[in-house]
Write a protein of this length. Structure first.
Lengths: 104, 418
């Protein structure tokens, strides 16, 4: 599946992502600036914050309980479609997904 | 100019605190990374254990908390189940239980909330450095490195300034429980059995608990419901509240871990400035502050290792790790792994990327206080470098006697102010 990240300066990074990988892992592999993932995808650091573009928000879904709590700790302002990208798994139905990397 | 050089023969005893009193045995770690990355140590003081020394392996295994659990102890030493229950904190839990505690305090230690302390930290640095640099020769660990984290801890806990030296002395007695300079109850040298239900096997745990109880009672009387300590007492998302024992242990953890790790990062950074004089100029250029703190913290690696326990049989690099076996992640080794860092024995303040593991990166137990540590280290060195024309060693430094906490406990320096 294909994922695009829109960076704070408007630049775009688009990559093929293997199914089953988390979108934090995918971003780190692509060196997407602003997605760090320091806790390895364990919901403990909130350094993989993204905002899902409105068109995709319903298909991606909202955060679970602990993710919701950790979203209150992110550096950039939290928005209505904010997610920790370590909790989003690449899957077919998300092909073409566009994510925004919020500026700090 | 060379930095401190390890002198171990490549076969150092990793169970011996005396080994580490001469500095981390990096020749031994280098040999293990090269020849025996999953290394078994027999131990006459307890069950044997596996040592993981490569950066890539620790990163991969740390993620797998279902296989390598924290919920059976995090130190080399064995604990009975009874001792474990009496002494555990959320460090000794696995997800999802770990998250119940973590989310209560995560916001308070988050990057944006911690960033608000910057001016406070700078003001404290002003005070500490103005006083320390009045002398031209002094012990930089005592006069500088020890001061800042101690006083920030006071701000965060909301304790009176006058109590801080006592608190830090007790915190040291806990975490440096193998160094006779810091405790009267040296863990491996006498029978500490009487205190085995106390955090870190130390009577200081009981004293700190008494203090925390009185502090909370005082806060309650004055209507103060804010702060970290009240947060941890709030019910979790599952409605659960922590027990008195857990609260005591959390308080002890904050006092101990919130102190010495940042102290020894600062001390290691100052030691590096003495041995690599070019660092001062790089700091003064102002170009390295995005990256300098992490490099100093990599160089320091205050948490030498953390332990996990295998929950099932698993093969790693051809070795069969059995269910119940202790597995040690040697962060001190990973942070000098030549496969992960170019010229790892040199401090490069501009190093980027810098995937050091000093905060336990890559796993759920990543340091709660990492944003505070980074901020304290950056601001301290910004302020220190502004005030210096030169700094040099005024004698040999001494390492803490501990294979768990890596730190320079005395660091004689000579300075010329700017």
């Amino acid at each position: 599946m294909q994922v695009t990240w829109i960076l704070p300066d408007g630049a775009r990074v688009t990559a093929e992502v293997a199914e089953g990988l988390s979108l934090m892992e995918a971003a780190v592999a692509q060196n997407v600036p602003g997605v760090v993932g320091e806790c390895g995808g364990n919901l403990s650091c909130a350094t993989c914050h993204v905002q899902v573009t409105d068109d995709w928000a319903a298909r991606v879904g909202g955060p679970e309980e602990f993710e919701d709590a950790m979203l209150d700790t992110v550096d950039a302002a939290r928005g209505p479609t904010s997610r920790l990208s370590c909790q989003i798994t690449a899957r077919d139905e998300l092909d073409g997904l566009v994510l925004i990397v919020p500026g700090a | 100019m060379t930095v401190w050089t390890p002198e171990d023969d490549g076969f150092a005893d990793l169970t011996s605190h005396d080994t580490f009193a001469r500095g981390a045995p990096h020749n031994t770690f280098a040999r293990l990374r090269r020849d025996d990355p999953v290394h078994w140590t027999e131990w006459d003081q307890g069950l044997g254990f596996w040592s993981i020394t490569r950066h890539a392996d620790i990163t991969e295994m740390n993620r797998q908390h279902e296989i390598f659990s924290s919920a059976r102890g995090i130190r080399m030493e064995d604990q009975t189940y009874e001792e474990y229950l009496a002494r555990r904190t959320f460090q000794e839990t696995d997800p999802p239980e770990h998250m119940q505690t973590r989310v209560k305090v995560a916001r308070a230690f988050s990057k944006p909330v911690i960033a608000e302390y910057e001016q406070d930290i700078r003001d404290l640095c002003d005070e500490i450095l103005d006083q320390a640099l009045e002398a031209r020769e002094f012990d930089a660990t005592k006069a500088i490195a020890r001061q800042l984290p101690m006083r920030m801890l006071g701000r965060i806990l909301g304790t009176p300034e006058a109590d801080l030296p006592w608190l830090v002395e007790k915190g040291d007695a806990l975490i440096a429980n193998t160094d006779p300079d810091f405790t009267d109850h040296v863990l491996d040298k006498m029978d500490t059995d009487e205190f085995r239900m106390m955090p870190f096997n130390s009577p200081a745990g009981a004293e700190l608990y008494q203090y925390a109880k009185e502090l909370m009672a005082h806060k309650a009387r004055s209507g103060d419901t804010n702060g970290i300590l009240n947060m941890i007492l709030n019910p979790g998302r599952d409605g659960g509240v922590i027990s008195e024992t857990e609260f005591r242990n959390f308080f002890c953890l904050l006092v101990a871990a919130g102190n010495d790790t940042t102290r020894y990062s600062i001390a290691a950074g100052i030691q590096a400035m003495c041995h690599q004089p070019e660092l001062l100029g790089q700091m003064q250029s102002g170009a390295v502050w995005e990256t300098a703190a992490d490099e100093i913290i990599r160089w320091a690696t205050p948490a030498i290792y953390f332990r996990r326990t295998a929950t099932r049989d698993v093969e790693v690099h051809g070795k069969m790790i059995r269910e119940g076996d202790k597995v040690l992640y040697w962060f001190a080794s990973a942070n000098r792994d030549e496969a992960a860092f170019e010229d790892p024995f040199r401090v490069d303040l501009a190093r980027t990327p810098n995937k050091h593991l000093s905060f336990g990166q890559g796993g759920p137990h990543i340091c709660l206080g990492m944003w505070l540590a980074r901020l304290e280290v950056r601001v301290l060195f910004e302020e220190l470098s502004k005030r210096l024309r030169s700094i040099e060693a005024a004698g040999p430094h001494q390492f803490l006697r501990s294979n768990f906490v890596g730190g320079i406990k005395t660091l004689p320096v000579r300075v010329v102010p700017a």
